[in-house]
Design a protein around this ligand. Structure first.
Ligand code: SF4
Length: 358
């Protein structure tokens, strides 16, 4: 149903981006990159959650130096995020960063950029050209005004200018992002950009907000873009633990039927017929599901009368009654149990189904 726009393909480490490759889910650490222990342990948790590419901030030489030790202990490709300082970009790549995110125009001029390009070419590392509303050049702002949904031109022109800077250096191994914190500007900007270039696009809403606001904003913007076939990789940016970014990312892909990872949970909103304290039960089941890999559909429902029927499409479900509850499979009652046994038996059955699906 979704026809993806054709883009070139690049590789960040062993992850293909663009050219029909699966849309890669990224995140960014929020630890001090120079603190190798803290950064590695966060990345390992992110890997478990399904993160496929990780970006780390490299604000100084300590952070650039830490890249080597971090990379040695993680399995997913690492992108170094650099602002202004070409020496940091070169050092990060020499230390094993598999890609860098820069704004080529703010590295201090063509000579500095040439050094960075020489380093990334040597190490086979692509560049993410990362433009955002706050980094647009003054002359473009004067000409086009601050980007708006009706007129995102300054963002587009800034991205194209930065792309050209790399092309002039004979470098085309890149992907592009143009970030705005405004949902509609993000949508109109990427739509325009995807008509101008065929480099792969990293999409996202920057400074999207906390869990609820950020999830809604990102899902609206990225959902519409992905539905249009635009976007080859993304990060959901949230003021939250980055693991949540990855979870939201997969839910977004699942809801568009683009990619599926882990179980899907459906749960009823509860109503006057609810016979069990459903919220903590649903939370406990959800926590457990985050540890699972299989793609089964799991339901958590508030009453035994309507629950199994309303969640007929679920492979397995749980529904609560007064003092007793049921576990059902594909809408049919499988077991009736006293309330205190309901959750343990349910989780045990989930474990068994996970083993069988492997
Ligand atoms: S499953 Fe039962 S409790 Fe939940 S919304 Fe439906 S009728 Fe209400």
């Amino acid at each position: 149903m979704i026809e993806r726009r054709k883009t070139r393909q690049i590789h960040v480490g062993d992850v293909a981006i663009g050219g029909g490759a699966p849309i890669a889910v990224q995140s960014m650490t929020n630890t001090d990159t120079a603190d190798v222990e803290a950064t590695v342990s966060q990345i390992l948790r992110l890997e478990k959650a399904g993160c496929e590419i990780i970006r780390v901030a490299v604000p100084d030489m300590d952070a650039a130096g830490a890249v080597r030790a971090i990379r040695d202990r993680i399995s997913i490709p690492l992108i170094a995020d650099i602002h202004f300082d070409s020496r940091l970009a070169v050092a990060a790549v020499e230390n094993g960063a598999q890609a860098i995110r820069i704004n080529p125009g703010n590295l201090g001029g063509p000579e500095m950029l040439a050094r960075v390009v020489a380093a990334v070419k040597l190490h086979n590392a692509p560049i993410r050209v990362g433009v955002n509303s706050g980094s647009i050049e003054k002359d473009l702002l004067a000409e086009f005004g601050y980007p708006t949904p009706e007129r995102p031109d300054a963002l587009i022109e800034s991205a194209l200018r930065n792309v050209r800077l790399l092309e002039q250096q004979g470098f085309e191994d890149m992907k592009i992002s143009i970030k705005s914190s405004d949902t509609l500007t993000t949508i109109s900007g990427y739509r325009r950009l995807s008509e101008e270039i065929d480099y792969p696009l990293h999409i996202g809403v920057t400074e999207a907000g906390g869990l609820i606001a950020g999830t809604v904003k990102s899902s609206v913007a990225l959902g519409i873009l992905l539905f249009d076939g635009i976007g080859d990789t993304f990060r959901i940016s949230l003021t939250r633990d980055p693991e949540e970014e990855v979870r939201v990312g997969y839910e977004l892909l699942r809801s568009l039927r683009i990619r599926q990872r882990g179980p899907e949970m459906i749960s009823c909103p509860t109503c006057g017929r609810t016979k069990i304290d459903l919220f903590p039960l649903a939370e406990e089941v959800e926590r457990y599901l985050q540890t699972m890999q299989s793609t089964i559909k799991v339901a958590v429902m508030g009453c035994v009368v309507n629950g199994p029927g309303e969640a007929r499409e679920a492979d397995i479900g749980i529904a609560g009654g007064v003092g007793v509850g049921i576990i059902f499979k594909k809408g049919e009652i499988w077991k009736k149990l006293p309330e205190d046994q309901l959750l343990p038996v349910f989780l045990e059955e989930l474990k068994k189904m996970e083993r069988e699906q492997r």
